[in-house]
Design a protein around this ligand. Structure first.
Ligand SMILES: Nc1ncnc2c1ncn2[C@@H]1O[C@H](COP(=O)(O)OP(=O)(O)OP(=O)(O)O)[C@@H](O)[C@H]1O
Length: 355
């Protein structure tokens, strides 16, 4: 459905925001794009809209090459793409239904057809009873629903979402994500979500790409990426709470229950360790259910290096990914992640302040 071949974007002034990106997203897929601040995520989404052209390479959406299409063909291709933003930017002087109707008015859709379509869209996003409300009378989540309905007005085949839940609390985030998934299920649309929240990826994405300095560092189906256990993206997706309480030289056995053919769940892992007589402490652990499968990352602190090596061997024998590390290494990774999150929050604050 969406194909990028060697796509690069160099801004005037010489910043290379995208550097030979190859990416393939199948029809009906929900694909997450993650990466640090400045990695090129927003640039990628702007190139996908066809409004900001790539400097080189090819972008094809639903069979139409955005770089070579012209006139009516390009307009038609753009209509297949809907956009959802972090800040919804509704027209304050218009009710929810009039905001949703706006792109249809601009496209010259006759009044009767417009009304039918707006009714349908309000029902789709669960806002039929709020149609006469102005933006000031709507919650953040309801405004985002109006934004999503507006993006769907022209019946796009692709929904591009730029940090759609970053301004929402966690309960509202979950509702909006579940709405996006149900829209994909009902309408068969393809969804691309840019996010810095790994929880968003875990919750609804079928596949994910990590952008780093304009390049795709890792891309693939979600569970496959998580099973690539040593990779930074796997560690971000199933991350652990900080281990500041451990002595820097403490040996840690990091175990990940996720692999095909490995243990079914974390319970089996504890049973296995018990059978082998290990009484190691759990320093930290995260257990998630992703696409119906239990995935767990745990940090054990065995008594000494020798015991750690024996434990890792038993786990590996059972098909569990296990590696030895130290508290100092883990603490360094925690600090780097924290720094990056703060950099991102800082940028969000500046963007919000400018509005
Ligand atoms: N219009 C522009 N002109 C020049 N440079 C730009 C422009 N827009 C973005 N850049 C640069 O391109 C790089 C990628 O920026 P982009 O906004 O795509 O990153 P991002 O991953 O979306 O970051 P964030 O998560 O902080 O929004 C950065 O170095 C940025 O400074």
């Amino acid at each position: 459905m969406i194909e990028l071949r060697a796509v690069s974007k160099v801004y005037p002034g010489g910043v290379t925001a995208l550097d030979s990106v190859d990416l393939s997203i199948g029809a009906g897929e929900i694909h997450g794009i993650v990466g640090r601040s400045g990695a090129g995520k927003s640039t990628l989404i702007r190139c996908l809209t066809g409004l900001d052209p790539a400097t080189s390479g090819e972008i094809t959406i639903d069979g139409v090459n955005l770089g070579t299409a012209r006139g009516a063909a390009l307009m038609k291709a753009r209509r297949k793409i809907g956009m959802v933003f972090q800040h919804v930017n509704l027209l304050d002087s218009r009710t929810a239904e009039k905001n949703i109707a706006h792109p249809l008015e601009v496209a010259g859709v006759p009044a009767a057809e417009r009304k039918r379509r707006v009714d349908e869209l309000l029902e789709l996003v669960g806002l039929s009873d709020r149609r006469k409300n102005y933006p000031a009378q709507l919650s953040g989540g309801q405004k985002q629903r109006v934004g999503i309905a507006r993006a769907l007005a022209a019946e796009p085949r692709v929904l591009l979402c730029d940090e759609p839940t970053s301004a929402l609390d966690s309960a509202t985030t979950r509702q909006i994500l579940s709405l996006i998934r149900s829209l994909r299920d009902r309408l068969g649309i393809t969804v691309v979500i840019i996010t810095h929240e790994m929880s968003v990826v875990r919750e609804i994405c079928d596949s994910v790409s990590l952008l780093s300095e304009g390049r795709i560092e890792r891309s693939g189906p979600l569970l496959e990426v998580i099973q690539d256990t040593g990779s930074p993206l796997s560690k971000e997706l199933i991350s652990l709470p900080p281990t500041a309480h451990l002595q820097a030289d403490a040996t840690i056995v990091e175990a990940l229950v996720a692999a095909e053919g490995g243990l079914a769940d974390v319970g089996e892992l504890f049973a296995l360790l018990g059978r082998h007589g290990f009484s190691a402490q759990v320093a930290a652990g995260t257990i998630e259910t992703i696409q119906g499968r239990q995935v767990g990352r745990l940090h054990f602190t065995p008594g000494d290096r020798d015991e750690a090596e024996r434990m890792a061997a038993v786990l590996r024998e059972a098909g569990v990914h296990a590696e030895l590390t130290t508290a100092a290494t883990v603490q360094r990774e925690d600090a780097a992640r924290q720094e990056d999150n703060e950099a991102h929050d800082g940028r969000d604050g500046q963007e919000g302040g400018a509005r």
